[in-house]
Each structure stands twice: as structure tokens, then as C-alpha cells.
Design a protein around this ligand. Sequence first.
Ligand code: DAH
Length: 350
Amino acid sequence: MENQNLQVLVADAETALKSVSTKSQWEQIKATFLGPNGSLTQFAKGIGSVPKEERPAFGKSLNQAKGKVETFFKSKLTHLEDLEDIKSLGECIDPTLPASPTFSGGLHPLTKTKRRIISIFRKIGFTVAEASEVETEWFCFDALNTPDDHPARDEQDTLFFPSSSEWANVSRKKKESYLLRTHTSSVQIRTLLKEKPPLRIIAPGRCFRRDTVDATHSANFHQTEGLFVDQNVTVKDLKGVLDYFLRELFGGKIETRLRPSFFPFTEPSFEVDLKVPDLGKLSNKWIEIMGCGMVDPEVLGLVGVDSDEWTGFAFGLGIERVTMLLHGIDDIRHFYQNDQRFLSQFSSQV
Ligand code: DAH
């Protein structure tokens, strides 16, 4: 009988606690069970009327029931205090503090420069052309009017794929070899074979050379090629387009000059020098920025374009070089080391 009553008391305590949501309610309910006049206390007082031999069992059941009820109250109190802590933490948030950083990745600085270059040329009617990084010797050199003995063809500079016949003592020069393109100029040839002039393309992409890696050289790097073929294109058009491009990239106050140079696929050929008023240590100094020239009639002839009707200009620039100048980066290796401390500096820049 006592046992049954005790079980009801325990169940009552559990139910009563469910509706408790504040500490003062908790105190009140606790008093009704465990306080001096609480039901459990009162129940314990009944021990006097229990026959002597049943008292130990009565005491045991009573203690077990009391233990259970106390545990309910304790865990409810912990829960209430946790809620209080959470609430008070919420109330002391300082809205003037900067938000915690949420770095969700960003574009690589080279990708950003590439996109900037593309968007500048798009505005004046250039489209993007792409071709494979694995090329044949013909596309990379022969069709670009590069003689057999040109140093760029030397294996020191070019990464060739060995062909099975080469291993059998057949000279590379006698056989058509595959290689990793050493420049994006091969895209000029691929485009001229596919499309008829007039055309304006830029061809950004990855290139490879057998270079020993240092602060300014990498065996793997990126270039952007440009090709413009139309009727009556002159050096004046070349200069106008490149000046526009460099002004967009480096600001309106730049100066440029064309310096005579040599490339096998352009005649005449030039290096473009650039002077920028605010470029850190390089401010107001002439910097060599890119190669260019008028497409050699030999090249047009090789791909079946009538050079009496069509003329054009071409240019090529290093994407790493431009990015290094724009951001004052002093070592090309930063681009490939995947160091968050370097890369995250570019994540918010457009
Ligand atoms: N292909 C040259 C290089 O890798 C760069 C170049 C120079 C490209 C002059 C051109 C050009 O289209 O006209 O150094």
C-alpha cells in the first residue's frame, strides 16, 4: 500500500516538473514534494504508524522514491540554468563587432587577371579562342615561320613527348613530334585554319617550357595570345588596340612605346614598353610588358589566307607577369604553392 502511494508520488513529481519553466516555479513545486510540509516529507512522518518489523522496508522504499524525486528536480534545475545561460549570452552580443569571417574560397589571382583581360578585349569585339596544350611541332613552330635551327625548338626549352620511333634512332626533326606548347601563338594557326578573316581573337591558356624554376621562371605558366586580321590593318591599329588595353588594365595615365624586336611570325615585330605613374618600385620606369607585330605574310600564306587582301597584327603577353606587376608580387612561385595566406588576399578583389 505504502509502495503504491510512493510510486504515485514519484509520478506526480515528474508530471508536475514538466510544466515548470522558471526557477521560482521550480522552488514552489519542490517545496510541495520535498519541503517540510511536502508530500514526501509528510509521507515519511507516517513511519510512526508502521509496524516495527515493516519499518526497514518502508524506510528503503521511501529513500529510493526520495532519491528519484531529487534527481528529477536536479536535472530540471540544470536544464533551467542552461536556458538562462543561453539567453544571457544572446543578450550580450555586441552588434558593433565585425562578423566572424566566412571564407568560402575565391578565384585564383591568375584566373582573375585572365578574366579581366578577356572582358577588356570583349568590349572591342574580340572573342575567346582555345586550343589544346599538347601540340605538334608544326603548329607550335613550323606554321609560325620558326626555322628548324631556332633555339626555341631546342629540347632545352621545349618539352617533347617521345614517340616510339624516336627511341629507334629516328631524329626528332625528321618526324612530326608532339610537345607541350611553349606559347599560345599556336592558337593563331589553329584559328586561321578554322575561321575565315576578318577575325579578332584572344587565346588565354597554359604554356610549358623546360625552365629552371626561380622567382621569375616557371616550367608551367600562362599567356594570352591576340590576333586581329582584316583589310588594311596597320601598325596604327596595333598601337591603338594595345594602348586601349593597357590603359584599361593599368589606368589612363600610362605611356607606351613600341621598340623594334624580332619574332619569326611577325614582320615588323616589337616589344611593348609601358610606363605607369603609380606602380610601387616600378613607378615611372619603362617596363617591357609584351611582344607584338604585324602578322608575317609567310604565316598567312601557310594557312591559305591571301596576304594581298588581308593583313593583321598579333600579340602575346604573360598572365603571371601582368598579375605580378598589378599587385606588386615579387616571386612567380607564389602562384603555384597554394598558400592560403597568399591566395586569400585576392579573394575579395574583382
Ligand atoms: N609567342 C611569343 C613568346 O612566347 C610572344 C609573342 C610575341 C606573341 C609576338 C605574339 C607576337 O603573337 O606577335 O614569347
